[in-house]
Each structure stands twice: as C-alpha cells, then as structure tokens.
Design a protein around this ligand. Structure first.
Ligand code: KIV
Ligand code: NA
Length: 265
C-alpha cells in the first residue's frame, strides 16, 4: 500500500478527490477500516462515549487515548492515523499541549493530532507544529465544550458565530494545520469555508460542499442505536444483527446444540 500522508490529503483536495475518514479505537476495528481503504482513521475522543459509555467526551484521559491509539496503529498499513488530544490535556497552556502531543506521537506511533478550537488555542497549535507534529483543527460543534453550548444542536446558524468560524478556519490554515474538521454547521457555511481554504475541510453534519466526510465507526455500522441525527447514514444495523447472533448462541448452549460432534476434540 502507498501510505496516506498529510501531503497526499492536500493533493486530493486539489484533484477534487473526496477524502474518507472514519473513527476506530482498537486493533481489530482499525484493521477492517484500513483494509476498506479509508483515507484517514481518527482515534476520536468519541471513544469516551462509544467505548467507555460516558455521556460526554470530557472524562477520557490522555493515557486512555494513547492506549486506543497504539492499538489502532498496530492494525493500520495505509491510512493516516489522527488522534484527538483529550479535554484537559491541552487547554491549560501551550507547553502542556505540546507535552500531550509528544506523548501521543511517541507512545502510540500515530501520525498527527487533532485539537478543538480556533484562535483561543493558537499558541498551543503553533508549539505543536513547531515540534514537527501535524495538527488537524476542529471547529463548529466541538463536543469538549458541550457544557458551554448546553446543547448538541447545529452551530454557527447566527451571523456572529458564523463570522468567527470563518475567521478561525482561515487562522488554522495560516498557522499551518493540514486539515480541519467542521462539525454540525449549515452546509452553505461549510462549503464557503472549504472553498476559501487550500487545506482540506472534512465534514460531519456539514453537507456535501466540503472536501471529505467523517463518521463514528459505531454510528456507521448501527452499533449505536439511540443516536439518530439527520446527518447520520447507517450502513448496517449491527446492534440488531449482533444481538440476534448472540441470542442464537445462548439458545444453542441451552439446547445442548453447541458444541456438536464436529466442534469438539
Ligand atoms: O471524536 C470524534 O469521533 C470526532 C469526530 C466526530 C470528528 O472528533
Ligand atoms: Na473528537
């Protein structure tokens, strides 16, 4: 396989080839995602929700993110692997941000990090980039700020927030970020941002006018059930299918059907 790099993503934008991105949190999942030719694998702090069962992304720790990331890395041959720096590991000061980014790179072998925010985290982004670590930005609905927003509804519908988002996107490109995620904002605004930048814009709930799409693994496969935003396209209903398979196993054990004569020594 030819490895996906931060450079090839910018090339893809120039060529008009859309970028596919999907989350993964462990070795076995990552292997499947990578073999399916997903361009970018995100070890998202959504692990806090779908892997650990927390209500928000806030509780997951840097050590836990590094555990997920190092597991993912062992299953990946082609994709670019980006890791979320979790809440509380970069907001205090730029040195803490760099320390966290370095730990992720060294201890997991990942290829890049992602941080939520714009101008507020300018110094941290610059410091991480100065150390040679590629940074992906994340604007719009930034789940680490959920208690500030108070709701998971669409962001930047009002003029003022939209203007700040456009400004932040331009700044992130200027600082040297290699790509930006835009989460849950109007499609028209996301398209405008994508067209104003040379770096790729990856959307989730941000319409079709951007340079690529990202989804959470469990949502795409229908492992999560209760989460039903308009932007989500489910490609399977694994919650149901896995449930059926496991119930069948239980039944087979109870019925003394499993194991049969061929399934023993
Ligand atoms: O943590 C995550 O899964 C994310 C994506 C939804 C962009 O940040
Ligand atoms: Na995230």
């Amino acid at each position: 396989y030819k490895r996906v790099t931060v450079k090839s993503l910018v090339d893809m934008k120039q060529l008009g080839e859309k970028i596919s991105m999907l989350t993964a949190y462990d070795y076995s999942m990552a292997k499947i995602v990578d073999a399916a030719n997903v361009d970018v694998i995100l070890v998202g702090d959504s692990a806090s929700n779908v892997m650990a069962g927390h209500e928000t992304t806030l509780p997951i720790t840097l050590d836990q993110m590094i555990y997920h990331a190092s597991s993912v890395i062992r299953g990946v041959y082609r994709a670019l692997v980006v890791v979320d720096i979790p809440f509380g590991s970069y907001q205090s000061d730029p040195k803490e941000a760099l320390r966290s980014a370095i730990r992720i790179m060294k201890e997991s072998g990942a290829h890049a990090v992602k941080l939520e925010g714009g101008v507020e985290i300018k110094e941290s982004i610059k410091r991480i980039l100065n150390a040679g670590i590629p940074v992906m930005g994340h604007l719009g609905l930034t789940p680490q700020s959920i208690y500030k927003f108070g709701t998971y509804t669409v962001r930047a519908k009002e003029e003022e927030e939209a203007r700040k988002l456009k400004q932040d996107a331009l700044l992130l490109e200027k600082y040297g970020c290699f790509a930006i995620v835009l989460e849950k904002i109007p499609a028209k605004l996301a398209k405008e941002v994508a067209e104003s930048l040379t770096i790729p814009v990856i959307g989730i709930g941000a319409g079709n006018g951007v340079d690529g799409q990202v989804l959470v693994f469990h949502d795409l496969l229908g492992i999560t059930q209760e989460f039903n935003p308009r932007f989500l396209r489910r490609y399977m209903n694994l919650y149901e299918d896995m449930g059926k398979a496991i119930s069948q196993y239980v039944q087979d054990v109870k019925d003394k059907d499993f194991p049969n004569d061929e399934e023993q020594y």
